[in-house]
Design a binder for this molecule. Sequence first.
Ligand SMILES: Cc1ncc(C[n+]2csc(CCOP(=O)(O)OP(=O)(O)O)c2C)c(N)n1
Ligand SMILES: [Mg+2]
Length: 389
Amino acid sequence: MDENGTGANAPAEAAAPGREDATDPLADADVFRVLGPDGSPLPDATLPDLSDERFREIYRDLVTTRRFDERAVSLQRQGRIGTYAPCAGQEGSAVGSTHALADRDLISYQYREHGAVVVRDLLSEYLPYWMGHESGTEAIAEGNVFPLNIGIAAHLPHAVGAAWAFDYRDEDRISVAHFGDGATSEGDFHEAMNFAGVFDAPTLFCCHNNGWAISIPESRQTASDTFAQKAAAYGFEGVRVDGMDPLASYAVTREAAERARGESDGDDPRPVLIEFVEYRFGAHTTADDPTAYRDPDDVEPWRALDPLDRMEAFLRETGRIDDAGVEAIHEEADEVVADAIDFAESIEADPSDMFDHAYAELPPELRRQREELLAAVDEHGEASFLREE
Ligand SMILES: Cc1ncc(C[n+]2csc(CCOP(=O)(O)OP(=O)(O)O)c2C)c(N)n1
Ligand SMILES: [Mg+2]
C-alpha cells in the first residue's frame, strides 16, 4: 500500500485494468497478488503465515461457497427459492477477507458476498432468507453478520456508525462493509467514507469491483483511475488487490484490519478502502441475462483466474493436499449445502413475518393490513394462498 491511495506503483493509465487482455486481465494492473494465474506463488510474494489446516479451510470455504451458489441458482430455476444473486468468480475476496477477521468483527454486506457467511459457518441460518423467511436475517445477525442489504450503499453509514460505536465503547472490534463498484456512485458511500475518515471509525470498506453494476460497465461508473484512489479524498488509505486470489485478499485484509484496529503503528484506528478487482462469471441475478450487455467471450480470461482452481493448484503444488483431500472437501461441501437446503425447506412459512420486522411498533395502516391478511387466511385456509405448481 502507498500513501497516494492507489496501491503500489499505480500507473495512471490503469483505469480499466487490462480487461481486454485475453490471457491475464490483471497482469499489468497495479493489483496486489500472492498467487499467479495458475496458482503458483509469485516469486517475490510472501505467503500468509497460516497453518496447513487453515490453508485447507480457506479452500474448503471456497468450494462450499461455489457449491452453494450452483445449488441456489438451480433451486431458483425450480421455483424453490426467490431471486438469487450468484457470486461465482467472486468467492476469493469474500472468503479470503473474512478469514483475516476476528469472529467479533461485524460484517455488513450487499447481497453477493455469500462467502463471508460461509466462513462464519452460518449457511443453514442464512439460506432461509433467500426462501423468504425473516428468521434467516435474524440468525446471521447473531454471528456478527448484519442482514444483507439490497438498497445499494444504504448499509454503509450504518456500518460506519457501528465502527464508531466500537471505538467509543473501547471495544476491540472493527466494522467490515462489502459493496460493489456501483455503490460508489451513491451519496451514502461518500458520506460514510467522509465520516469514517474524520472520526477515525475503524471500518474496512471492501469495494468489489467486478466491472459491472448490472449492465453498467465500470467505465460509466467513474472517471477515476481506480476505485481505491477515492479513499485519498477522505484522508485514508486505499489499496487494490486481485479479488480472485484468496491469499492476496487475506493478506491485504489482515494488514488493513490491523490498521483499522490501530495496531499497525500504534496510531489511532484508521479506516481503509480495499478495492477487490474481480469478475462475476454469471448473471447479475437469476432475473438477469448478461448476454444482453456483454459478450460471453469477455468472461473467458477471467475464468482462467478462477479462485477455486488457483487455490487448489497452490495446495497441490506445495504438498498441502492430494487427490483424496480434494475429494473429501468436495464431499463435505456437498453435504453441508444439502443439509442447509433440507433445513431451510423444513421451515414453515409464517405470513405474518412480513409485517413483523421493519418497525418496533407497527404503524396503524400496517396493523390493519396484518389483521386483514390473518383473517383471510383464517377464513379461506392457507392452501388458497399457495400458488398452484
Ligand atoms: C439505491 C438503489 N438503487 C438501485 C438499485 C437497483 N440495483 C440493484 S443491484 C444494482 C447494481 C449494483 O452494482 P454493484 O454495486 O457494482 O454490485 P454488483 O451487483 O456488481 O455486485 C442496482 C443499480 C438498488 N437496489 N438500490
Ligand atoms: Mg459491480
